[in-house]
Design a protein around this ligand. Structure first.
Ligand SMILES: NC(=O)c1ccc[n+]([C@@H]2O[C@H](COP(=O)([O-])OP(=O)(O)OC[C@H]3O[C@@H](n4cnc5c(N)ncnc54)[C@H](O)[C@@H]3O)[C@@H](O)[C@H]2O)c1
Length: 331
């Protein structure tokens, strides 16, 4: 198959490309390298075609869709905290960019389209494990723009019969997880702190739990769903089927801890109900958190140049977050 992966130089995209190449597919990548890195693809760069393009520039990407069978749309701004400060960038990339990819997929009669949505659309869910039918209630611009992208995808499948499905990922982790300059996902933060021999910054009391899903399980889910062509317009949760506390992660990574203030707008629990994807596709997660953490520790050098966050630096970086999402901004 001829496959186009947007965001292929990023964390999940690079693992997806690796798997697609190993299955013998022809792979094209579009990425503007704003976050993604050439080094993520260096081991397969001779086997794929990489285009340094911005998905917001329709005219510069329109020729790349000819003869493509399947589009995996992963390109997005995916760090949560900076989305509060840069809603414009998040909107143009995650919404307008997605619109461009959908339009080009339709014009080029793409046979299958997979969108990578986010569990952040559920906001602070009322029930766990959370089903796909739960209320959608985005709490910050990243969550909102990913949800708007998903609405576009479902709309295109309904109105124009684009053969698209959307996968809502829960807390993905694995080697090559983003190490960019912004304060972000817990594994990147803790592993850089571990290398520097600094304490793990635990948000709140650390009893909050997350559905950590290993990247190879995510890649298998993307490929499995893409092969089921009758799932047009369907949304699926993709999670590990378990939820693990941040304190447990700190314990498994074996380091000292320091507590920092709990952030408003974030749930105490994320926990996917994965019955739908299991029943409809046969996919199931394989990597336990214990095994996943051993793999992360083997790759700890991925984070040796990542920023080392201290409570002070985090407090500065999340100032606007507390201001806009906190209850006290009106005095
Ligand atoms: N990592 C997670 O826990 C998680 C959870 C839910 C959903 N997702 C979604 O999965 C997808 C991949 O996430 P990831 O964790 O690999 O993030 P990532 O930041 O590593 O990858 C995203 C890629 O998109 C590229 N990109 C950004 N703006 C672009 C633009 N305008 N044009 C072209 N390329 C652009 C970046 O350079 C990067 O390589 C994203 O859509 C994200 O929203 C991720």
């Amino acid at each position: 198959m001829k496959i186009l992966v947007t965001g292929g130089a990023g964390f999940i995209g690079s693992h997806l490309c690796e798997k697609l190449v190993s299955e013998g597919h022809t792979v094209k990548v579009i990425d503007n390298f704003s976050i993604g890195r050439k080094s993520n693809l260096k081991h397969i760069k001779k086997k794929i075609k990489i285009y340094n393009r911005d998905i917001r520039k329709y005219d510069l990407i329109k020729n790349l869709f000819k003869d493509i069978d399947v589009v995996f749309h992963l390109a997005a701004l995916a760090d949560i905290v900076p989305s509060i400060e840069n809603p414009d960038e998040y909107y143009s990339t995650n919404v307008t960019g997605t619109y461009n990819i959908l339009k080009l997929s339709l014009e080029n009669k793409i046979k299958r389209f997979i969108y990578t949505a986010s569990s952040s659309c559920y906001g602070i869910p009322e029930r766990y494990p959370t089903k796909e039918t739960a209320k959608v209630d985005p709490q910050y611009p990243y969550a909102l723009t990913k949800r708007l992208g998903e609405e576009l995808v479902i709309h295109f499948s309904k109105v124009y019969k684009l053969n698209a499905s959307s996968l809502r990922f829960f807390n993905v982790y694995g080697p090559r997880a983003r190490t960019s300059g912004t304060y972000g996902a817990v594994f990147g933060v803790f592993l850089a702190q571990k290398i520097a021999n600094k304490p793990f910054t635990i948000v709140g009391n650390g009893n909050q739990t997350r559905d950590f899903t290993f990247v190879s399980d995510i890649v298998n889910a993307i490929i499995t769903v893409s092969k089921k062509r009758k799932l047009i317009g369907e949304i699926f949760n993709v999670g590990s089927g378990k939820t693990v506390s941040i304190n447990r992660i700190a314990h498994l990574l074996n380091g000292k801890k320091i507590n920092i203030p709990k952030r408003p707008g974030e749930p105490d629990v994320t926990f996917a109900c994965i019955k739908k994807i299991k029943n409809k596709t046969g996919w199931k997660p394989k990597i336990s958190i214990e095994r996943g953490i051993l793999i992360m520790l083997k790759h700890i050098n991925d984070w040796k140049n990542a920023p080392v966050w201290t409570p002070n630096k985090i407090s500065k970086q999340t100032k606007k977050w507390f201001y806009y999402l906190g209850k006290n901004k009106n005095g």
